[in-house]
Ligand binder design. Structure first.
Ligand code: ADP
Ligand code: MG
Length: 224
């Protein structure tokens, strides 16, 4: 295992899960595409990072006490300038356990959910679903053993009822399936390699556009 991966997992052991900026860094090490992001601990750092990433931005709370960020108003989408960034930073800084904010590049596209868990029978498995509501309401999920190839990822996507949402349904641009299936294959490889250290992963959403698929949120639960 890469030293930095080891360091990130170790530093997350006590809390039991990996903060989003560290989770995205870890995914990047495994060749997975995430949104461009920065972790800023002061308003000054936030302003400097915003210049690099560019407005509009998504700003999110970073706190080990906040696992589900939007439940506590910890995600602000479409922050458009420096003044708004200052105001959002101040408001988020009042949330419990505040450790800074994550500035996130705004992404768009069809929402895919990728997950992993340890199955008692099959070991590390990957879960693939489309669109927030279709997964929750219709349990429209494909489950495959890790690792899987890009071709197997494509088959798993085709097995979903909601696949039309990726194929350019109702005049939308079709998503780049090569990029998405490559992302899923790399993800499954990571899940396989880290099976002894990670309990589960939730990448929700992965935003899939005509050019690429980017991971916009990541929750990694550590095995203790
Ligand atoms: P949580 O799941 O912890 O509540 P998320 O990071 O998933 O927080 O953010 C909540 C929602 O905000 C996402 O489901 C998505 O709709 C939107 N969002 C988050 N990050 C981005 C981004 N980089 N670009 C566009 N939309 C985003
Ligand atoms: Mg999320």
């Amino acid at each position: 295992m890469n030293d930095r991966v080891n360091e990130i997992l170790k530093s997350s052991m006590e809390a039991g899960w990996v903060l989003e900026p560290l989770a995205k860094e870890l995914l990047g090490i495994y060749g997975l595409t995430t949104t461009k992001f920065a972790w800023a601990k002061t308003p000054g750092e936030a302003q400097a990072a915003a210049q690099k990433i560019g407005f509009p931005l998504v700003v999110k709370v970073v706190s080990h006490q906040v696992l589900h960020k939007s439940d506590v108003g910890g995600v602000v989408v479409g922050v458009k300038d420096s003044a708004q960034l200052d105001a959002v930073f101040f408001r988020l800084s009042e949330l419990p356990g505040f450790e800074g904010v994550l500035l996130d590049e705004m992404a768009a596209g069809a929402e895919v959910i990728l997950g992993s868990k340890q199955d008692p029978q099959f070991g590390p498995v990957v879960l693939i679903g489309i669109g927030g509501t279709s997964v929750e309401i219709y349990k429209d999920v494909s489950i495959r053993m890790a690792p899987l190839s890009a071709a197997e990822a494509l088959q798993a996507l085709h097995a979903l009822k909601g696949r039309k949402l990726l194929e350019g349904y109702r005049g939308r641009t079709p998503v780049n399936m090569d990029h998405l299936t490559d992302l899923i294959a790399r993800f499954s490889q990571m899940v396989f390699e880290l099976a002894d250290h990670i309990e589960s992963i939730d990448l929700n959403p992965v935003l899939c556009g005509a050019e690429k698929a980017v991971i916009a949120d990541a929750r990694i639960m550590i095995k203790r």
